[in-house]
Design a protein around this ligand. Structure first.
Ligand code: ASP
Length: 585
């Protein structure tokens, strides 16, 4: 075999006048009347090979001619300086005069040219994912991903963490999504669940005395796939013993500081800002606020309680709130542009808004004649010159997130978002419970092993809405990077919490008995956190394109892997072995 002794992209002055062997893909061929030029490509780069009839016989030339692009060959030849260097190619000053070659594999006609900007359907691209992976700009994403993973790993190992793998075939875990289930052949009628996260195992590792655990863990959640969700994803999963919230937050800040410095050369200010969940919702209409721009939500309900504007007054009387966004420079928008914005609000399921322009210290609006002096003063106190005030009359609980989404939309539409900053933000003091409308019951907002705030313990049974958890999320530029909590380590409190979320003793016995039992043999105080690695890589790669771009073999939004065609049918024999019959309809 013509085994390579140098990479295509590594050819340099040192090789001039010497023979080299290169291996790679035929990137391009050009026939310039007698001379055949081949651009040969491997991971290190591209080099030009010259096939000259003076050195090679006709049959060989014909054979090379017959090769299609992306065929894989080996070439032996002498490196020469090029008469006309190509400044666009790192090896552009050299070429290899071919003396011998070996064909390793012939490529068929390609389904699409992965190097052109051809608009190719994503499913087709994913079916031939290996072609796209050959593109250096795609491979760079995975080099970045690999460096990120290694950096995190090195940091955590340095801090005394132990990397432990936890089972993939396991029992249902409590992240609130649907489990993927796997039938057991040996234990007919029984099923494993794929882990939604290593949550239970990492807590048990704490009971096992490991004190500091981490894992780059694969998680599986059988949810309806939204645009940017994958049924399986990777988490940086962490758990620590004998710690409080502060210790975990500090460690993570240090981790991200080092990571961003090492990988992106970006200086990250610590400590990160913090906001309480309740304020994040109020001020930004989101539990993952994008703080790269202001335009916070102002609650003007008190000021507008006696409004002469009928819809406002009636709304407030019916328990709604009057929320205002002040769009900088918006006073310059035309009537038509403002109307357009109103139409856009349908996308956020917001009925619309009342608009007020702030011009030369005056409030200009078809509604301004209805404003009282107090209302006028309230607006002018917040407004900056040339703002457009958008006043929404909405339901606080159900609509605040919609106003938050409208805020982001306006931020993007009017270029208010600083693009070159990384704003890390901790959101803390999450509510302990969330109300599940469909099932008409409260469930744990994070998961049922989360510690309620001690000062809220007496409300656990009586005032669920106001119980807060020792739970935190880390947000970066409006993206949730991850979250975690301090856990309950007292079996009695754990039982009380299970009861508070409506789990009967029987349910607990069936689902989590092993955990409760483990806790009865000495459990250290502990807590942890987990980060979505895919999203982190996506952000560090510039936040462009889709999450699928940073996953080597992603699934489509319908959960299909176009490369392998999974999921697919299995044979009758396989079904029989696990005792399953497929129901039609
Ligand atoms: N297991 C949690 C999750 O996957 C994270 C944690 O609490 O550590 O979201």
């Amino acid at each position: 075999m013509l085994k390579r002794n140098i990479g295509c992209g590594e050819i340099s002055d040192n090789n001039v006048g010497k023979n080299v062997i290169v291996n790679g893909w035929i990137h391009r061929k050009r026939d310039l009347g007698g001379l055949l030029f081949i651009d040969l490509r491997d991971r290190s780069g591209i080099v030009q090979v010259v096939v000259d009839p003076a050195n090679v016989n006709k049959d060989q030339i014909d054979e090379i001619h017959s090769l299609k692009n992306e065929s894989v060959i080996g070439i032996l030849g002498e490196v020469k300086n090029r008469l006309e260097p190509n400044p666009n190619l790192p090896t552009g000053s050299f070429e290899i005069m071919m003396k011998a070659f070996e064909i390793f594999s012939r490529a068929e006609d390609l389904p699409f040219n992965q190097f052109s900007n051809q608009d190719v359907d994503e499913t087709v691209r994913l079916r031939y994912r290996y072609l796209d992976l050959r593109r250096p700009e795609i491979r760079k994403i995975f080099e970045l991903r690999s460096r990120i993973t290694q950096s995190v790993r090195t940091f955590l190992l340095k801090k005394g963490f132990i990397e432990v793998e936890t089972p993939i075939l396991t029992k249902s875990t409590p992240e609130g999504a649907r489990d993927f289930i796997v039938p057991s052949r040996i234990n007919r009628g029984k099923f494993y669940a794929l882990p939604q996260s290593p949550q239970l195992f990492k807590q048990i590792l704490m009971v096992g005395g490991f004190e500091k655990y981490f894992q780059i863990a694969r998680c599986f959640r059988d949810e309806d796939l939204r645009q940017d969700r994958q049924p399986e994803f990777t988490q940086i999963d962490i758990e620590m013993s004998f710690v409080e919230q502060e210790d975990i937050l500090n460690l993570i800040e240090e981790m991200y500081k080092e990571l961003f410095e090492e990988i992106l050369g970006v200086y990250v200010e610590t400590p990160f800002s913090r906001i309480q969940y309740i304020d994040a919702k109020k001020r930004f209409g989101s539990d993952k606020p994008d703080t790269r721009f202001g335009m916070e939500i102002n609650d003007l309900t008190d000021q507008f309680i006696d409004s002469k504007i009928q819809v406002v007054k009636a709304g407030i009387e019916n328990g709604k709130v009057a929320l205002a966004l002040f769009l900088p420079g918006g006073a310059a928008l035309s009537r038509k542009e403002v109307d357009n914005l109103k139409e856009q609000m349908v996308n956020f399921e917001l009925g619309g808004f009342i608009d007020f322009k702030i011009k030369n210290g005056e409030i200009v609006s078809s509604f301004s004649k209805y404003l009282s002096n107090n209302e006028r003063a309230a607006i002018l106190q917040i407004a900056k010159p040339d703002d457009l005030m958008l006043l929404f009359v909405v339901d606080r609980k159900n609509d605040i997130d919609k106003v938050g989404r409208a805020r982001i939309f306006l931020g993007e539409q009017f270029n208010l978002i600083k693009r070159d900053v990384f704003n890390f933000l901790w959101v803390v003091d999450f509510p302990f419970f969330s109300y599940n409308q469909q099932e008409g019951r409260y469930e744990a907002e994070h998961h049922p092993f989360t510690m309620p705030k001690l000062e809220d313990l007496d409300k656990l049974e009586t005032d669920k809405e106001n119980v807060r958890a020792v739970a935190y999320d880390l947000v970066l530029n409006g993206n949730e990077l991850g979250g975690g909590s301090i856990r309950i380590h007292n079996p009695e409190l754990q039982k009380r919490v299970f009861r508070a979320i409506g789990l009967s003793d029987e349910d607990v016995e069936k689902k989590f008995n092993f955990l409760v039992k483990a806790f009865s043999f000495g459990a250290p105080p502990h807590g942890g956190i987990a980060f979505g690695l895919d999203r982190l890589v996506w952000i560090m790669n510039g936040g462009k394109g889709s999450l699928r771009d940073v996953i080597a073999f992603p699934k489509t939004t319908s959960g299909v892997c176009p490369l392998t065609d999974a999921p697919n049918e299995v044979s009758q024999k396989q079904l029989d072995e696990v005792g399953i019959r497929i129901k039609n309809g």
